[in-house]
Write a protein that binds this ligand. Structure first.
Ligand code: ADP
Length: 592
């Protein structure tokens, strides 16, 4: 309670009133005492310095001399006459007539007179009769004056003493008055300070409520500025500060959202660990790549202990690298320490390098295949040429001719391979432009049929053409599309034992035309089917080579169809043999 501003203000006011009244009271009471002292001594000295009185006190009268009255009686008479001026009233203030030793002779207070206290003033006169004892003493509870008087019959001391009861009474009344004023003042000050504190505390209270709201994240309302004083300025400043805080928080929020979105959708996996090895953050890509669900209870040890210990990552000057094969994926890992003000830890970035690895592998395989494919005919050419040169002129002409025929065949094959490779490399480098034009799809299929008919006949194949009527004209590179068709049909002829059955069919489906070539030949095992479009891939290498194949025909065909944004694929069928299907857009590549 005492901590509230209300109470503090009330307490301050009370303390101020208390201290003020104490000072004023003490000052007043002291002043009253001092005033009475002064008044007493000045009254006595005025009376004493009165020549008449002095004469009356010191001059011996005739009656005294005659012994009718004693000196004491005379003094009593004189003092009685001056009692009013001296303020002697027989109760508070009395006079005492003493002998030179201070013994009581007569006075207005016979009760106290014989027991009179030897005060400083009295003693001073007893000791030295030439002085008047009128030293005031604030600390004493009385006021007194001792005056030596010499009269004919002896030496006396007139001692006037006031017991200060009047002062004390006055002081008591003053004290009561001060106390009443104090109580009154306190009540007024408490009431005033309550009103005052309310006007001061209410805006502060509103400010506090506002600050609490802002601290709780609620920036909806501005505080109303009701005054132009310091609190008004403070409220304004607070509103500005809250606005700035709101803007800053908004900015930070936006940045965080951006980062979160980035983090969420990035293809690289990222996992952050605390220095204790617990996951702080992980994105979905990381869980996906590592093939495990990652949450805040997952530990570094469970995921990457095989790559590097957490301690070595945390103490690494830069970053550590690692690799992992996860199922069919190749993962490259970068492990780096991070050190933020409040938190240190380790960050692991997982990069899926499967495609690069596969490409590298394919490139290596490709180079090996090319070398192999070229070496075989070269070896043949060399060995036949060697035999011819070693036996020049000694060989039967028939054998010589046969050898030369082999050399020619092999060099043709090499030329073939090199040409195919060149075609592919032109596709790869993007140097091979399609010569698009509109032509009749039916016409193209018919031309194909006519071109392969003789070759099929040679192998005793029955070749059948099934064309849907009224196929549209299409936009494509006619020459290349025919190349694809020829390749597919040639394969059907090649890989079907003599006397087979080949069907070429074509039709239209939605905005596409299609052509299928089916044979009842040796077919391709299910597992190999998807791979026949790869470069140099051959199911049966010996057979392919025998029939002059390079293993590049279908990959070139696929490349051409892809560039037309069409589809070249095998069709799964129950019957033996293989069906290859080509689909092309009627309006050519670039049209939806
Ligand atoms: P190749 O020059 O060897 O014929 P391709 O690229 O044209 O090369 O064909 C790739 C491989 O696909 C062939 O070696 C062959 O094993 C297989 N293949 C292609 N067409 C057929 C088919 N109609 N029947 C069976 N196998 C086929």
């Amino acid at each position: 309670m005492i901590r509230s501003l209300h109470m503090k203000i009330v307490m301050i006011m009370v303390l101020i009133i208390l201290s003020l009244m104490t000072v004023v009271g003490a000052f007043l009471i002291n002043s009253v005492v001092a005033f009475y002292l002064n008044d007493f001594y000045s009254q006595i000295s005025t009376v004493v310095s009165d020549q008449d009185l002095y004469r009356d006190l010191t001059q011996e009268t005739a009656a005294e001399r005659s012994g009718e009255v004693s000196g004491v009686e005379m003094l009593e008479q004189v003092l009685g006459a001056y009692a009013g001026e001296l303020g002697v009233n027989g109760s508070n203030r009395n006079y005492y007539i003493l002998d030179e030793t201070g013994a009581y002779l007569a006075g207005t207070d016979d009760e106290y007179g014989p027991r009179l206290e030897y005060t400083e003033n009295l003693l001073a006169v007893i000791r030295d009769r030439s002085v008047v004892g009128d030293e005031s003493n604030v600390a004493a509870d009385y006021m007194d004056v001792a005056i030596p008087i010499d009269r004919g019959d002896g030496q006396y001391i007139i001692y006037i003493r006031d017991n200060r009861d009047t002062v004390d009474e006055l002081n008591d009344q003053l004290f009561i008055l001060i106390m009443q004023a104090l109580v009154f003042g306190l009540v007024i000050s408490v009431l005033l300070s309550l009103v005052l504190s309310k006007t001061m505390v209410t805006p502060i209270q509103r400010l506090t409520d506002g600050a609490e709201r802002v601290a709780g994240g609620d920036f909806s309302d501005k505080l109303e500025v009701t005054s132009r004083d310091e609190i008004g300025v403070l409220t304004n400043t607070f509103n500005d500060m809250a606005q700035q805080l709101k803007d800053t928080i908004q900015q930070v929020e936006n940045e965080r959202n951006k980062l979160d979105t980035l983090f969420l959708h990035m293809t690289d996996g990222v996992v952050a660990f605390s220095s204790e090895g617990l996951v702080i953050h992980a994105n979905p890509a990381a869980s996906d790549m590592l093939g495990t669900s990652i949450d805040n209870t997952t530990r570094y040890h469970d995921l990457f202990s095989d790559i590097a210990a957490l301690d070595s990552v945390l103490s690494a000057p830069d970053y550590l690298e690692g690799e992992r094969v996860q199922g069919e994926r190749y993962l490259e890992l970068l492990l780096a320490p991070f050190d933020r003000e409040s938190q240190a830890g380790a960050l692991v970035v997982i990069h899926d390098v499967t495609v690069q690895r596969r490409n590298e592998e394919m490139r290596r395989e490709f180079v090996a295949n090319v070398s192999h494919e070229l070496r075989t005919p070269l070896t043949n050419i060399r060995s036949y040429a060697e035999t011819l040169s070693e036996n020049a002129g000694q060989m039967p002409p028939n054998t010589e001719k046969k050898f030369l025929g082999v050399i020619l065949n092999e060099s043709d094959r090499m030329t073939h391979i090199v040409q195919d490779l060149l075609t592919l490399s032109r596709f790869d480098s993007g140097h091979s432009e399609l010569k698009l034009g509109r032509f009749s799809f039916t016409g193209a299929v018919n031309d194909l049929y006519n071109a392969v008919y003789m070759e099929a006949q040679k192998h005793g194949h029955a070749i059948e053409l099934k064309l849907e009527p009224e196929l549209p004209e299409i936009v494509a590179d006619r020459e290349r599309i025919l190349q694809v068709m020829m390749n597919v049909v040639s394969n059907a002829i090649k890989y079907t034992p003599n006397g087979g059955h080949i069907v070429i069919s074509a039709g239209k489906q939605a905005d596409r035309v299609w052509m299928e070539v089916s044979d009842n030949g040796i077919g391709i095992p299910e597992a190999d089917r998807a791979r026949i479009f790869e470069r140099f891939y051959r199911v049966d290498k010996a057979r392919s080579r025998e029939s002059g194949g390079t293993g590049l025909g279908l990959s070139i065909a696929k490349e051409i169809v892809d560039r037309h944004q069409g589809v070249l694929t095998t069709v799964a069928k129950e019957e033996p043999g293989l069906t290859v299907r080509m689909e092309l857009k009627v309006e050519g590549p670039g049209h939806e």
